[in-house]
Ligand binder design. Structure first.
Ligand SMILES: Nc1ncnc2c1ncn2[C@@H]1O[C@H](COP(=O)(O)OP(=O)(O)OP(=O)(O)O)[C@@H](O)[C@H]1O
Length: 361
């Protein structure tokens, strides 16, 4: 990136400016506390294959503020120029049909584009989500004419659903299918069209407003519960920062520029480090034992626990996963994976988990 001779934040703003006009958003680093929520969001940026995060909590606890603020920390990445799904030039096996055809014998043109937070409104129609096929054009010309939807925008980005527990069942099904396959397939009157749709799903919800479907809950790699700050000093600081932001957003964002830049660098360093993180067999055994004592369903929990611990190690800047990484990862990857009886609000007994972590050699 050095050759551009601009800071990462400036570059991000430059790139965002090209793609869409954005108002100044409340800076991620100005959010007080809520460390687990912020960590879970950053882990999904560092490791887009982690599998998303569900943030649950009472009203007004900075859930949506944090997700929207994440947009300013998202690093630029290489995309095929002109591709509607921002295909990765280095990941040929996941290219869309158009790029696979167009660039089968020539190198694709490459551009840098910032990752984005794509919002899926809870009221979105299925057509808006999956896109639309022009059946008439297909019949007349034999060519498939496809108008991309939200899932096209979401490819290689973060897909954010506020009030995800209120999403219509058929939209939930569409999301589950795409999340499982990494592909969005549209079928209308015997004509079908597919495009890549790999995204990190971020959902926020207030459990007082209704439950989330268990199949959807299970799709999230991580889950976090947030509650309002109880320390009066911190609460007062939240008011102060919000008022200061509302008085002059541009000035407030400017004041937090250095902090934001540091965070972007931390994320980028972690992304560089992630492929080099190693994990010992002892740590794998700890993960397996935790899964057994917690009686989780299947093996997804242990695998996610390890992926999360690896990503935490990268963020912490060490090359080998430690017990502390596993401990922190367990708080994010396990709470929503306990086997529950209906109507049972079960709290995890962390002492059991910690015993497994600490007893291991
Ligand atoms: N920890 C915090 N640090 C900074 N600002 C905060 C914090 N908690 C809440 N706020 C402020 O409180 C307001 C409400 O936050 P936000 O809109 O993100 O709530 P929410 O959790 O998404 O809930 P809702 O679903 O009601 O919108 C925002 O103005 C936000 O800036």
């Amino acid at each position: 990136m050095q050759e551009f001779n601009v800071t990462k934040i400036e570059l991000n703003h430059l790139l965002i400016g090209v793609n869409m006009k954005r108002r100044d958003v409340f800076p991620f680093t100005a959010i007080i506390g809520q460390d687990m929520m912020k960590l879970a969001l950053e882990l999904n940026v560092i490791n887009p294959r982690l599998g998303g995060v569900l943030i649950q909590g009472e009203k007004g606890t900075a859930k949506s503020t944090a997700v929207r603020a994440l947009a300013d920390l998202l690093p630029p990445r290489k995309c095929i120029d002109g591709c509607r799904y921002h295909d990765d030039p280095n990941d040929k096996s996941n290219w869309c049909d158009e790029c696979s055809e167009k660039y089968k014998d020539v190198e694709p043109p490459v551009k840098l584009q910032s990752m984005k937070v794509i919002e899926l409104p809870v009221s979105a129609t299925e057509d808006r989500v999956v896109g639309t096929l022009d059946i008439e054009a297909a019949i007349k010309t034999g060519n498939k004419s496809f108008e991309p939807g939200i899932l096209a925008d979401a490819n290689r980005n973060i897909l954010y659903v506020d009030e995800i527990n209120l999403l219509d069942d058929h939209i939930v099904d569409v999301l589950l299918d795409s999340a499982a396959m990494g592909i969005n397939t549209i079928e209308r009157e015997g004509i079908s069209y597919s495009h890549p749709a790999r995204f990190s799903l971020v959902g926020t919800m207030n459990p007082e407003e209704g439950d989330i479907r268990p199949q959807l809950l299970d799709r999230f790699a991580l889950s976090v519960k947030v509650t309002g700050e109880q320390d009066p000093e911190k609460r007062a600081e939240i008011i102060k920062r919000r008022l200061s932001y509302e008085t002059d957003p541009e000035e407030f964002v400017n004041q937090w520029k250095d902090e934001q830049e540091k965070e972007v660098s931390r994320i980028e360093r972690a992304m560089d480090l992630l492929p080099r993180i190693s994990i010992s067999d002892d740590m794998l055994l700890i993960a397996a034992k935790i899964a057994i004592i917690l009686k989780v369903d299947g093996h997804r929990a242990d695998i996610t626990l390890i992926k999360t611990a690896e990503t935490i190690a990268a963020l912490e800047g060490h090359l080998e996963v430690s017990k502390e990484d596993i401990r922190k990862a367990s708080r994010l990857a396990l709470p929503h994976r306990m086997r529950r009886r209906p109507f049972e609000e079960q709290e995890l007994d962390w002492s059991e988990v910690d015993k497994v972590i600490d007893d291991e050699a």
